[in-house]
Design a protein around this ligand. Structure first.
Ligand code: MSP
Length: 648
């Protein structure tokens, strides 16, 4: 791709009804990778994500938490933004459906459609699914009047409502699919839309609710709020500045190159959305990609099942690149896939530690060991070199073709073919033997390995930017990566110096890591519930009972407590041990007034070697407990015993 183009790409706007899990993260990571890839190829890309904040579900959730809806979503949206920041997601707009300009634009859209006769007022009676906020016709319901989207029970509901003339767009939508075979991807989803929804004809769509408060009001009838999907879908326009806010950006980026959405919301994006755009006389998006779901051990993730996987602990423990690599490599974008922690850790070990990490570390180590860290241009080549270089420079084109269809997993697989071929090249050429027998040939071999890694560093850049940079740094490459450089061989300059660094992906002990992941996940859940977690104290070596017996703990009563004349933070305390009186200098001043302490029975280490503290000899120490927040509690006895009693 040489011509510079403008692309607009989007994720759905997420419901901030709860914290996002790995499934939501999947679409954002994929879209972000497309942004990074298309930009890397020299294009202008605008990437929108955001939050879909209105509707019954959110209103209910907020109520359960004892908050107003806006206050509730503000908290969750903050968490979503933190997650995207943690993942270094490169979005250009984060649209919130509560943003003023969005609200106004949605009202204008509604008004415009009403004025054009595309929206009219009537009554609706139908089977309503509260969690999905959708009415369903008899023919759409599953057996037992269950919702076809979520499988839950529906109930009959009648209400006054505004309707959008969706029915009249059926033929134009079918035409759209016919004329643009790539409008819905993957292909199977198109058949689903035709067979399940369009074949039997479309009904007009109810686009207002009178039973709900938390939403955008119909501008000319404030008894009604606008149906959440009209509100939500419009975000793709408002994020760009539709409705007079930013005509330049609209002109440059609309229509969208692709909307990435999960499979269950393809219907909204490929039937309702094009119909609204047709009614508004706006150009239609080029493509809608309906990706699959990430399941947990083949089951749907849900909070009630307790199988939700949150991304934060994984990222904290293994880094952004390992996490992104796994998501994009493990699952085929258009199909469902199942997550489990073992699978994740195994892939890290095989693809990242054994394949890529190993290739980097052995290449750079050998260049340092055999050639003092200098890469020399080769003087000749052998057939095995040609095989490697041809595979290397041919990979970029394959990746382009696969990325054109958003086939991330196969694109990464192509790159890994080169990684594995390069490792095989080491085994075939045996540099350790050449080091003894043929140093000139060794230089050629090491150059070819460095070149292959250079090409790999370019190819992985959109997927794993940090890793790419580390590899380039270790190879001593100063210039930033350019996509076209992956198509050429021999770009490393003669005399380039390598910089050996740390191992990029260490091999993991799966049992140990499973424990760490569970612990990190629990910590996150506790934090979200407001529970404080306590770190285990630093472990000390075990002692025997004899070691313990060396310390003499006794009870004593505090007789007096005075300020230390020469130290702001210390008290001089007189303690009666029964058999003698002791002076103890103690740092309790930040926590206790003298009156809190005098008269209390305390525990003293009586055989501690005396020490002079600011001129006063301290003979012993009072026991106190200090927590991780720096709070302190002086130890006392539960009931009084004689002073001088031995404590054990
Ligand atoms: N708010 C609507 C979208 C409006 S777009 C104009 C919505 N929100 S959602 O939060 O419920 O879902 C957002 C996206 O996350 C959907 O595309 C959905 O498919 C995706 N995922 C939610 N759980 C998922 C998995 N377990 N796996 C993959 N994606 C999943 O729908």
């Amino acid at each position: 791709m040489t011509e510079r183009k403008s692309y607009y790409i989007t994720t759905p706007i997420y419901y901030p009804s709860d914290y996002l899990h790995i499934g939501h993260t999947y679409c954002t990571v994929a879209t972000d990778t497309v942004k990074k890839y298309l930009s890397f190829l020299g294009n202008d890309v605008f990437f929108t994500t955001g939050s879909d904040e209105h509707g019954q579900k959110i209103e209910q959730k907020a109520k359960e938490s004892g908050m107003g809806p806006k206050e509730y979503v503000d908290k969750i949206v903050e968490g979503i933004k933190e997650l995207w920041e943690m993942l270094e997601i490169d979005y250009d707009a984060f649209i919130r459906s509560t943003d003023d300009h969005h609200v106004k634009a949605v009202q204008n859209i509604f008004q415009r459609l009403y004025d054009k006769g595309e929206i009219y007022k009537s009554h609706y009676e139908g089977h309503y699914c509260t969690p999905c906020e959708s009415f369903w016709t008899d023919s759409q319901l599953l057996e037992g009047e269950l919702c076809p989207d979520c499988g839950r029970a529906t109930h009959l509901q009648k209400e006054e409502a505004y309707f959008f003339r969706l029915s009249k767009y059926r033929d134009r939508i079918l035409e759209l699919y016919r004329d643009n075979p790539a409008f819905i991807l993957p292909d199977s989803r198109k058949n689903e839309m035709i067979n399940n929804f369009l074949k039997e004809g479309l009904e007009d769509l109810s686009v207002s609710r009178s039973t709900l408060d938390w939403g955008i009001k119909v501008p000319f009838d404030d008894k009604h709020v606008i149906y959440v999907w009209i509100d939500a879908l419009s975000c793709y326009l408002t994020a760009l500045g539709y409705d007079g806010i930013n005509p330049e950006s609209m002109g440059k980026f609309w229509p969208a190159h692709v909307h990435f959405v999960g499979k269950e919301i393809v219907r909204f994006h490929t039937i309702i959305w094009p119909a609204i755009l047709m009614a508004l006389e706006l150009p239609l998006p080029d493509r809608v990609f309906g990706h699959g779901w990430i399941l947990f051990d083949d089951d749907k993730m849900s909070k009630s099942k307790g199988n939700v996987v949150y991304p934060e602990p994984i990222i904290e423990l293994y880094g952004i690149d390992a996490f992104k690599y796994f998501l994009l490599r493990e699952f085929t974008f258009g199909s469902d896939g199942s997550f489990n922690k073992e699978k994740f850790l195994q892939r890290l070990n095989s693809d990242l530690a054994n394949d890529l990490g190993n290739l980097v570390s052995r290449t750079v180590s050998m260049i340092e060991k055999y050639d003092g860290g200098t890469i020399y241009s080769p003087k000749g080549s052998q057939p095995v070199d040609l095989e490697l270089s041809e595979l290397a420079v041919g990979t970029a084109e394959k990746v382009e073709e696969l990325m054109h269809n958003f086939n991330f997993s196969y694109a990464l697989e192509e790159i890994w073919k080169l990684v594995r071929r390069s490792n095989k090249y080491v085994d075939e050429t045996m540099p350790w033997v050449l080091a003894k027998e043929n140093p000139e040939r060794l230089k050629e071999v090491l150059y070819n390995l460095a070149e292959s890694l250079r090409v790999i560093s370019v190819l992985i850049y959109p997927f794993m930017g940090k890793t790419s940079e580390i590899i380039r740094e270790q190879l001593g490459l100063i210039e930033p990566a350019k996509w076209e450089d992956a198509k050429n061989w021999g770009l490393i300059k003669d005399g380039t110096s390598t910089n050996k660094g740390n191992i990029i992906f260490p091999r993991l002990d799966i049992e140990v890591e499973l424990g760490r992941l569970t612990e990190a996940n629990q910590k996150l859940l506790d934090k979200r519930l407001g529970k404080k977690t306590v770190e285990a104290p630093e472990e000390k070596p075990q002692v025997t009972i004899d070691d313990f017996a060396k310390l003499q703990f006794v009870t004593g009563t505090v007789l007096s407590c005075e300020n230390h004349p020469k130290a702001d933070k210390l008290y001089v305390i007189e303690v009666d041990l029964g058999y003698e009186k002791r002076t103890i200098v103690s740092g309790l001043k930040d926590w206790y007034e003298p009156t809190d302490i005098v008269g209390k029975q305390v525990i003293v280490i009586a055989n501690l070697k005396p020490a002079k503290l600011r001129g006063i000899e301290s003979r012993g120490m009072l026991l106190a407990a200090e927590d991780q927040n720096g709070e302190l509690a002086l130890l006392t006895t539960l009931n009084e015993v004689e002073n001088g009693a031995s404590v054990s």
